[in-house]
Write a protein that binds this ligand. Sequence first.
Ligand SMILES: [Zn+2]
Length: 460
Amino acid sequence: MPYVNADPHIGFALEIVQADIIARFKRLLGHEVFFNFGTDEHGQKVLKAAEKNGLDPQAYTDQLALKFGDLKKILNLSYDNFVRTTDAHHIKAAQYIWKLADESGDIYKKKYRGLYCVSCERFIKESELRNNKCPEHPGKELEEVEEENYFFKFSKYQDKLLKYLNNPRVITPDWRRKEAINFVKNGLEDFPISRLKNRMSWGIPVPGDEDHVMYVWFDALTNYISSLGWPGDKNGNFKKFWQDGETLQFAGKDQVRFQSLMWQAMLMSAGLKNTDKVFYHGFINIRGEKISKSVGNTIDPFKIVEEFGTDALRYYLLAQVSPVEDSDFTFELFKEAYNANLANGLGNLTSRIIKMAEDNLEEPTEVSGENMPQELLNHLEKFELNKACNFIWSKISKLDGEIQEKKPWESKDKKVIKNLVLDLYRISKMLEPFMPETSEKIIQAIKENKKPEKPLFERK
Ligand SMILES: [Zn+2]
């Protein structure tokens, strides 16, 4: 879930497209899916960004939530629910999980002095400091905070968290799980979960104490269950998808401590089931540098889609970007892959085959449901999205080679042409979760036995 202190950038598009593929893939396999997306809207970083833009934080987040909501259309996302952490129901849920943690004896008040990184929205421990700065944000000053805050008894969950992390299924990729285990083994410190309202007002009120608002992470992480209707379960979604279902969260590689430790300890404290799996993606760098508004190297997904189309961006983020390691993104790399693999590769193959079919076959080739090859399923089960795409593109090259070899435009052999159409159909079915619109266009052309008027991907 994105933190809304700036417009959506390409790195965020990666996370949500990855989640979308997995949701579509699970639905294709016949599972019922509840795909939740939304915006994380509280905290000091949002408050500062709002002030900079001369808006009150509610008006500021209203604007950004609309922009993030627009991603549904431009990235063709299939999510079922959009949660905002400023929604009344979410606020109620965050206050309720606080109450449950309090009843478990896990919340206490303590005077505290610490160094706060606004960019991370967390206190940085002395042992983590590098040149007195946050290890993730060496260019930013830390804020010295001295307050009496509520604390969460994180340290109490040390053993339970190790037990949870002992299961290899809870984190993908596995080296992030080892990272999480190391965090715990290095010792967990209780952390503050409130801020004094008169110092930082943009947060959910702490139940029973008007002087405090909740720490943004404590509130935001609750979205995974508030979106399912918890507390209470009017639609039965919480029981169906959280308690009885299999849960999967998508997050950036810098979120291990929040998603796999803090949130899991909160669930333990509230007596709720833990997350079944968290998938951590790598970051997209621009020419080797971290995407940053201040560096001015952000790439706007809206602009790319405007010029190249939704499926071209989806393709690039899945096929050309590592799902778990950092990857570099440049406009040149994008354009090169677009021309080679979409305009020439898939686009060219489609128009050649359909043209031959249109010219030589009296009737459309009959096609119907096709099972996904096991190799593709295996890659998807392991979140190897780039390998899954490579597999599909190996089929595209193979088919290209077959056309060269059999020269059906000379022989006009109907059986050969029919088989080419069937192979193209198989490819379009494999493409369905990755590039739904393109897949549909190819199937439509096959069913009409007519070459589309416009190429699938114009050469750029
Ligand atoms: Zn930081």
